[in-house]
Write a protein that binds this ligand. Structure first.
Ligand code: M6R
Length: 609
């Protein structure tokens, strides 16, 4: 995925574009570029690597103009390089195009364009769009763009700037490539994501799939690809600008880890009362609908998949419903059996992950009712779902998901409790106890953060490890998976997670004194089993790092290091237990000098399948 930005108005255009690109850099950071219209010409700069390279180039060659577009890239077609950086120009160099997504039929289009005499300056799929618009342009930019949209296939958000139309800039969206327009006084902003515009305006228009938006300094006109005008309600951006700042923390990831007590509290707020009674009316599913459900089918990617797995355990245990769980990227190839009695649950913080959206489409096509669990108001998932349970985590800038994960887990716990209560599936007293623990969880997450100082030296000690094994069972298995994912994605240390009981069936062969094992061994009905599994690892000379509760002597005997977390109901403990694993990964990566907020090769939201 990439980040795109556009601006037209009286401010310093390049300043607005660069500020926006900084806020979008989490979406891709292989290269970046800007283009403006100045004195009847398209002028631009683009550089491979981080935004700082582009900044340096702009210092040497400053640009000015009253309208401009910018792009930060996550490479798909064409390696990261200056020439493959966006914007891309047509042959006349009077048009500039930026793009997030993939033009699937670009090979054929490029060959045809080349045969007609167009010269290409990059290896990208995007450049064909500039040349196609060049061919179609006859004085009406919107008409030229529309005619090209009929020819290009794929998912995209496109931005088009023309020296011949300096009072407008055009954008178009097809598929999972988000686009929002920010409305100001005599100025208009466009971006892939709200944080890039929220410093300037609170008024936003969300652009949907299959729409073109013509942006001028006086506002935005939305229409379908066919040219039918579209009325769109202006929504208010409620996120705090400070949420997109580091606020004194060294990295966004660390700040977001520390925000977790608040985001869990916000996600629970108004949805669970003092007696533990849940109310999810805001999600839009009625109790009657929930009583009719015969099966739950869950899917998600990456971290969200781990939250879904936690949800799966809870729903099975509390609501006593059959639950299937699938990676969203596998869902549609696995011949899923869904029908009108299935509740499909798609979890995605961005609500824009292409694999998850595609799985959601397949589930709905099979007749399932779709519940989206997401963090983005107005995202594609929220728009396509029959009901949406929002997490209230605010914008997450660190590419590694942290606070959105705990918010998703809190949402899963809420949902499982609600389903169990509505269906009369569990002992009310048991539900009351779990609900009480859930209500208390923000305070416990806060306490878990206190272990930070003790985790730091441990992380330093293990920063040279080549492989780390993470073990957990039952509801803590997804937490082991999440701990391993965090470590590998930001520190590049190979990490594997196993259901602790599975270790003896193969992975135990990996163990020796050089392979530390992180085990989640908080109090639960299966704590002894987990401790046995950790003992098996210790007997193979592995150093044992245990996430455990205070005063648990049995763990003390086995573990070399303990990350202490407060005790709570074992079904809610995962929300607390993940905290030290996030901190461990963070400190290891920071110690190794890794780029914590923007790990190599990753993008925050993957809008390609
Ligand atoms: O926006 P989503 O929740 O759908 O994103 C899913 C994954 O791409 C995401 O969780 C990814 O695994 C993160 N890098 C994890 O830190």
């Amino acid at each position: 995925m990439c980040g795109i930005i556009g601006y037209i108005g009286p401010r310093n255009v390049v300043g607005v574009l660069m500020e926006g690109l900084h806020r979008l850099e989490y979406r891709g950071y292989d290269s970046a570029g800007v283009a403006v219209v100045d004195d009847g010409k398209v002028c631009g700069e683009k550089r491979v690597g981080k935004l700082s390279n582009l900044e340096e180039a702009l210092k040497a060659h400053p640009l000015r103009g009253s309208v401009g577009i910018g792009h930060t890239r996550w490479a798909t077609h064409g390696r990261p390089s200056d020439s493959n950086a966006h914007p891309h120009l047509d042959c006349s160099k009077r048009l500039a195009v930026i793009h997030n997504g993939i033009i699937e039929n670009y090979v054929r289009l490029r060959a045809a364009l080349a045969a007609r005499g167009h010269a290409f300056a990059s290896d990208t799929d995007t450049e064909v769009v500039a040349h196609l618009i060049e061919e179609r342009y006859q004085g009406d930019l919107a008409a030229a763009v529309r005619s090209v949209l009929g020819e290009v296939h794929g998912a995209y958000a496109l931005g088009v700037l023309s020296a011949d139309s300096p009072d407008e800039v055009l954008f178009a969206r097809n598929g999972a490539s988000p686009l929002v327009v920010g409305l100001g006084q005599g100025e208009t902003f466009v971006a892939s994501d709200t944080p890039a515009i929220m410093e300037y305006t609170r008024k936003q228009l969300v652009i949907h799939e299959g729409e073109v938006v013509v942006v001028t300094r006086h506002g935005a006109e939305i229409s379908t690809f066919a040219g039918e005008p579209v009325e769109r309600e202006v929504t208010r951006i409620s996120w705090d600008v400070r949420a997109a700042e580091k606020g004194g923390f060294k990295h966004f990831m660390l700040k977001e880890i520390y925000e977790q007590p608040k985001v869990v509290r916000d996600t629970l707020a108004g949805r669970i009362d003092d007696d533990g009674r849940t109310d999810l009316a805001d999600a839009g599913l009625t109790d009657a609908q929930l009583r009719e459900v015969k099966k739950v089918s869950m899917f998600a990617c990456g971290t969200a998949y781990h939250a879904a797995m936690y949800g799966m355990y809870l729903i099975r245990q509390l609501a006593k419903l059959p639950v299937e769980l699938e990676l969203a990227s596998e869902f549609r190839y696995s011949h899923p059996v869904v029908d009108a009695s299935t509740l499909a649950v798609a979890i995605s913080q961005s609500g824009e992950t292409a694999d998850t959206l595609e799985a959601a489409r397949v589930a709905r096509a099979g007749g399932a009712t779709l519940l989206g669990v997401c963090n983005r108001v107005g995202s594609a998932l929220a728009r396509h779902a029959d009901a949406t349970l929002y997490t209230h985590a605010g914008p997450e800038i660190g590419v590694a998901a942290t606070k959105t994960f705990t918010a998703q887990c809190a949402a899963m716990a809420l949902f499982a409790l609600h389903l169990a209560r509505v269906r009369g599936a569990a002992d009310p007293e048991e539900l009351r106890q779990i609900a009480a623990a859930l209500r208390e969880s923000p305070a416990l997450v806060d306490q878990a953060l206190n272990a930070d100082e003790e985790i730091l030296p441990v992380a330093r000690r293990y920063a040279k490890a080549k492989t780390v094994l993470f073990l957990g069972r039952h509801v803590n298995y997804p937490i082991a998976l999440e701990g391993a994912l965090k470590l590998k994605e930001i520190s590049y240390i190979h990490a594997e997670a196993y259901a602790a009981g599975e270790m003896k069936h193969g992975p135990i062969a990996l163990l020796d004194e050089a392979v530390p094992v992180v085990g989640i061994a908080t109090r639960s009905p299966i704590e002894e089993k987990v401790l046995s599994n950790l003992s098996e690892a210790k007997a193979r000379e592995s150093r044992i790092i245990a996430v455990a509760n205070q005063g648990d002597d049995a763990v003390l005997e086995i573990a070399d290091v303990i990350f202490q977390v407060p005790q709570t109901h074992h079904l809610i403990a995962p929300i607390v237990n993940v905290v030290p694993l996030q901190l461990f990964a963070y400190h290891v990566a920071d110690r190794k000098g890794c780029d914590v907020d923007q790990p190599r090769n990753l993008a925050k939201t993957v809008t390609v399948e």
